[in-house]
Ligand binder design. Structure first.
Ligand code: PLP
Length: 366
């Protein structure tokens, strides 16, 4: 028997599985499984990335000052309260590493993002799953689950994969009701899709116990580049900066993200197209008898009669060259998460689901 063992908790991790991108034997698939921006990054971002090729022999900036000021300027934030990471995933992991360990509890919700549990276990902390109310974050349930051991509370707002969100007053009530040793992390990966929502930034500025995370992977179309950031009280930023790798982000990533955030016209175009196509898709699905909660993000959570129907529909879609996301791992076996693609993709997926539902409704084609 080997005596070489990882830290406790690590072998309990179910490795994260990303959205599929191909189907055996099917050509020209449309990938609607990873909430990627169907329009890709802005031209300015692509040009910045090309230019960065000439400087690949140089080490990158360690303080990310230029990117932080660009983010601060565009979003109206304080640049010294921003920390940049290799995707927001890195920020979420660093928060766990810094604030939660053996004996500590990390709260996430019933249909919360998988990374929260992984990051807690990776650091020896105990993940605590709290119920939601009809696929919506339940502030009272979270507050009731808090103990003296709670160190972090993770919620995504809007949430993935439900697409639902809670309002600012509820977020404030959650932050203010936490025990003194616990911190609220508001994951704003989809915040840019919500008109007039600051992702929780004002809560960060007015409290000591709130952190917001954001990403370039969704609205900005840079999922392949890996850039995210956190907005936190300065003592928390100071802690994170002590443990993050000094060269965690490449110069190519830094300059490309900076160009992306400054291209407000492209972001606005992507946001408004998403809003229009999301409404169209949800309505088209409803006409075929597939319901969904009102989504505030760039995907729709299609709800079927049961697990068997959801899986049969997924199989039918795959055969038609359409890849969506099964979410049984998020306690939603009767659902499929469908990214809002460009218009032809939305039409194709709605048409295919219509064919599936029509073929043998209410059970669908099984
Ligand atoms: C996509 C997503 C992220 C983004 O992760 P990155 O590491 O920034 O690509 C974070 N949280 C949620 C809930 C997401 O869906």
């Amino acid at each position: 028997m080997t005596k070489i063992m990882p830290q406790s908790g690590i072998l309990e991790i179910a490795p994260y599985v990303g959205g599929a991108s191909h189907v055996e034997g099917v050509a020209n698939v449309i990938k609607l499984s990873s909430n990627e921006n169907p329009f890709g990054p802005s031209d300015a971002a692509k040009e910045a990335f090309r230019r960065a090729a000439h400087e690949l022999h140089r080490y990158p900036s360690t303080d990310h000052a230029a990117l932080r000021s660009a983010i601060a300027e565009v979003h109206g934030l304080n640049s010294d309260q921003i920390v940049c990471g290799v995707g927001s995933d890195e920020i979420l992991s660093l928060l766990c590493q810094a604030y939660a360990g053996p004996g500590d509890e990390v709260i996430h919700t019933e249909h919360g993002f998988a990374i929260y549990k992984i990051a807690a276990l990776a650091n020896g902390a105990a993940p605590v799953e709290v119920p939601e109310r009809e696929r919506v974050t339940d502030v009272d349930a979270i507050l009731a689950a808090c103990t003296d051991a709670t160190r972090l509370v993770f919620i995504a707002n809007p949430n993935n994969p439900t697409g639902t969100m809670i309002g600012e007053a509820e977020l404030a009530r959650l932050a203010d009701g936490l025990p003194p040793q616990a911190m609220l992390v508001i994951d704003g990966a989809y915040a840019e899709y919500v008109d007039g929502y600051d992702g929780g930034a004002s809560l960060v500025e007015t409290r000591e116990n709130v952190v917001m995370t954001r990403t370039f992977s969704k609205l900005y179309g840079l999922g392949g580049l890996r850039v995210g950031w956190g907005y936190a009280p300065t003592p928390v930023i100071d802690v994170i900066n002590r443990i993050r790798g000094p060269f965690n982000l490449s110069q190519a990533a830094l300059v490309t993200a900076e160009a992306a955030v400054r291209d407000k016209a492209w972001a606005e175009k992507c946001r408004s197209e998403n809003t229009r196509l999301r409404a169209w898709l949800a309505e088209a699905l409803a006409e075929h008898g597939v319901v969904s909660d009102t989504s505030t993000a760039n995907f729709v959570l299609a709800r079927f009669a049961d697990r068997a129907q959801a899986e049969a529909c997924d199989t039918y879609l795959q055969a038609s060259g359409l890849i969506v996301r099964r979410v049984a791992g998020y306690n939603l076996p009767q659902c499929l998460r469908i990214t809002v693609g460009d218009e032809p993709s939305c039409r194709r997926v709605a048409h295919a689901i219509g064919q599936f539902m029509g073929a043998g409704a209410p059970g669908g084609q099984t």
